[in-house]
Design a protein around this ligand. Structure first.
Ligand SMILES: NC(=O)c1ccc[n+]([C@@H]2O[C@H](COP(=O)([O-])OP(=O)(O)OC[C@H]3O[C@@H](n4cnc5c(N)ncnc54)[C@H](OP(=O)(O)O)[C@@H]3O)[C@@H](O)[C@H]2O)c1
Length: 242
């Protein structure tokens, strides 16, 4: 994809990895539109970066995804890049009474939303790039984050298929594959041990400029090239089993 002069919608673009992408794409002279549920967080980013356009929406609700697309197709139909970044991580034991409620929410945001938005945004004549944020856990699951890891494996599989199917339409499908990074994903403090988002963003932008379609860093770079034995070892190391 070209790095500059795009109009980009970044879901969850006001925090964490999404914010890293927002600020980096602004630096490269792009028009950036972001969405998320918390208006106060969106307003804070709009104050810091006045050129950013914000929209409050809850992507777990189908009607809100449709309303977001309708607004884009009427007000910003020049959007040519969709970045499906918004995601949540709820790590609850399967025996927890609330397990199913939480896992349904995880599936709605991590899977249903990007699939629905993809189908809607493909109606935009200007669309030429879709970027999906998956995870190193798509390759080797973290057992305590069982459902979350599975949502990311689902999205990696879907992204591979879309890349193949949309080639004829000249739509680039790019997978952003973060390893653990220091954001508020899963709650404040959960990812404090991990590297900063800024290092990750700089690395993946280099890869983007080289024309790569699978953007990786650290653990996720190792996972992308891992053979079956490496994957087994990684699983054992991560989950304390053989
Ligand atoms: N951090 C990591 O270690 C890591 C590793 C691999 C992959 N990832 C992936 O990276 C992506 C970004 O996560 P992050 O680490 O940057 O965490 P984050 O800071 O918590 O970002 C998640 C973003 O998604 C938005 N969001 C969540 N639910 C939403 C909903 N229902 N509707 C609209 N927006 C919603 C949040 O905004 P609101 O809360 O305001 O709605 C927030 O801006 C996720 O897909 C995550 O799975 C993260």
């Amino acid at each position: 994809m070209k790095i500059s002069n795009n109009t980009i919608l970044i879901t969850g673009g006001a925090t964490g990895i999404g914010l890293g992408l927002t600020e980096r794409f602004l630096k490269e002279n792009n028009k950036v539109i972001i969405c998320g549920r918390r208006t106060e967080v969106l307003e804070e980013i709009a104050r810091k970066h006045p050129s950013v356009i914000t929209k409050a929406c809850d992507l777990s609700i189908a009607e809100e995804r449709e309303a977001l697309y309708k607004w884009i197709s009427e007000e910003h139909k020049d959007v040519n890049v969709l970045i499906n970044n918004a995601g949540i991580q709820n790590d609850l034991p399967i025996s927890d009474d609330d397990f199913y409620l939480h896992v349904k929410e995880e599936i709605a945001i991590n899977i249903e939303a990007p699939l629905h938005l993809t189908s809607l945004f493909l109606n935009l004549a200007s669309l030429n790039t879709i970027m999906n944020v998956t995870s190193g856990l798509a390759f080797s699951p973290l057992a305590k984050a069982h459902a979350y890891s599975a949502t990311k494996a689902f999205m990696r599989s879907f992204t591979l298929s879309m890349r193949s199917l949309l080639k004829d339409k000249a739509i680039d499908v790019i997978e952003i594959i973060p390893p653990a990074l220091n954001t508020d994903l899963g709650g404040k403090g959960v990812h404090d041990y991990a590297p900063p988002v800024s290092d990750f963003i700089e690395t993946i932008f280099e890869q983007l400029k080289e024309g790569k379609k699978e953007l990786t860093f650290g653990f996720s770079a190792a996972m992308l090239t891992a053979g079956p034995e490496d994957l087994q070892k990684a699983f054992a190391r991560m989950n304390g089993s053989n």
